[in-house]
Ligand binder design. Structure first.
Ligand SMILES: [Mg+2]
Length: 332
């Protein structure tokens, strides 16, 4: 009797009566079920369930020791996010047991002695539900992946490909917590392009966009460690989040960035500090504690950025060292 749609099933039979298990197993094998495993007690049932991960469980209600209800509850807990159909095996005289069985997580019931056609019909119905459930799980997983991709797009700046303001806020917050836990220095740099308004006014906005893209590439290229993050947080304003970077390391980083950008030689006809595009930056470095916040770090980096501008631009200024990157180099 080829009743089942697909016999690639593993079925666990739990019953304390040997004869019931043997007859059921024989019926299932005749229907072409691939694998039948058997348990005669609650403890065995739990072990078999964990070891064999059956597709369907046929579960006797009346058993010495723990009842089938108890086993069903354990199986539901072990299932996690999955669902394994449970079909109870019961006598004719136990409606209350049956109700309790469905309440604790059973899906259907069979009355003993079990007739082959009824057994096959129930298995087929459960199989259909299983197929639907598996399809649902795979759609859910696809949705989860799509959501992840969408989230990463939401945090990208379209023009430059850098992390945008929204991503910056999240990443800085996460890095503050991480650095606090590991007691490591965290550096934040905020920089902007010197005389960018004049650049746009002189060369036009399309050129301005190209300039932003080139500067972004430079910022991205100097962020070499996987945890270093370059972000575009405003029109011509950028932020670099540099975990595990102490004050002097931040100064070296700033000088390297300045040199790489200068070597690109993007002509800036309206700059009063250089013939090429330059940036000014503010640096703050700390080992975060309970008081450290995004706002606090951004405020300190901003203040340092104003100091860098006040001291002639094309330079970085450290809030904690109260020095520019060039002064820091001269001191060494
Ligand atoms: Mg029994």
């Amino acid at each position: 009797m080829a009743i089942l749609q697909n016999t690639d099933l593993r079925i666990l039979i739990v019953d304390d009566q040997d004869s019931v298990r043997l007859v059921l197993a024989e019926q299932l094998i005749k229907m072409g079920v691939r694998e039948v495993v058997q348990a005669r007690s609650a403890i065995e049932a739990i072990e078999m369930f964990a070891a064999h991960k059956p597709d369907i469980v046929l579960l006797d209600i009346q058993m010495p020791g723990h009842s089938g209800h108890w086993i069903a509850e354990q199986i539901r807990n072990m299932d996690g996010g999955h669902w394994t159909p449970i079909i109870f095996l019961t006598g004719l005289d136990s409606d209350e047991d049956l109700w309790e069985g469905i309440r604790v997580g059973g899906d259907d019931y069979l009355i003993k002695p079990v007739r082959s056609t009824v057994l096959a019909a129930k298995l087929r119905a459960m199989q259909r539900l299983l197929t639907m459930q598996r399809r649902l799980v795979s759609v859910t997983e696809e949705l989860y992946e799509a959501n992840k991709r969408l989230n990463s797009l939401i945090e990208r700046d379209a023009l430059t490909g850098l992390i945008n303001r929204r991503g910056f806020d999240r990443i800085l917050h996460e890095q503050i917590l991480l650095a606090r836990r590991h007691r490591l220095p965290l550096t934040l740099m905020i920089c902007d392009i010197d005389f960018f308004k004049q650049y746009n006014d002189t060369l036009g906005h399309p050129e301005g966009d190209l300039c932003l893209q080139t500067v972004s590439k430079v910022l991205g290229s100097v962020c070499q460690r996987p945890t270093d993050t370059a972000c575009r947080v405003g029109g011509e304003e950028f932020a670099l989040v540099l975990p595990n970077t102490p004050r002097s390391g931040a100064m070296m980083f700033a000088r390297a960035l300045t040199e790489v950008l200068a070597s690109r030689g993007i002509v800036h006809p309206a700059s009063s500090v250089s013939g090429v595009v330059t940036v000014s930056g503010g640096i703050t470095t700390c080992v975060p504690d309970e008081q450290t916040s995004n706002l606090g770090m951004v405020t300190r980096a901003d203040e340092a950025l104003y100091a860098a501008k006040a001291q002639g631009r094309n330079n970085f200024f450290s809030y904690e060292l109260q020095l520019t990157a060039k002064e820091h180099l001269a001191q060494r």
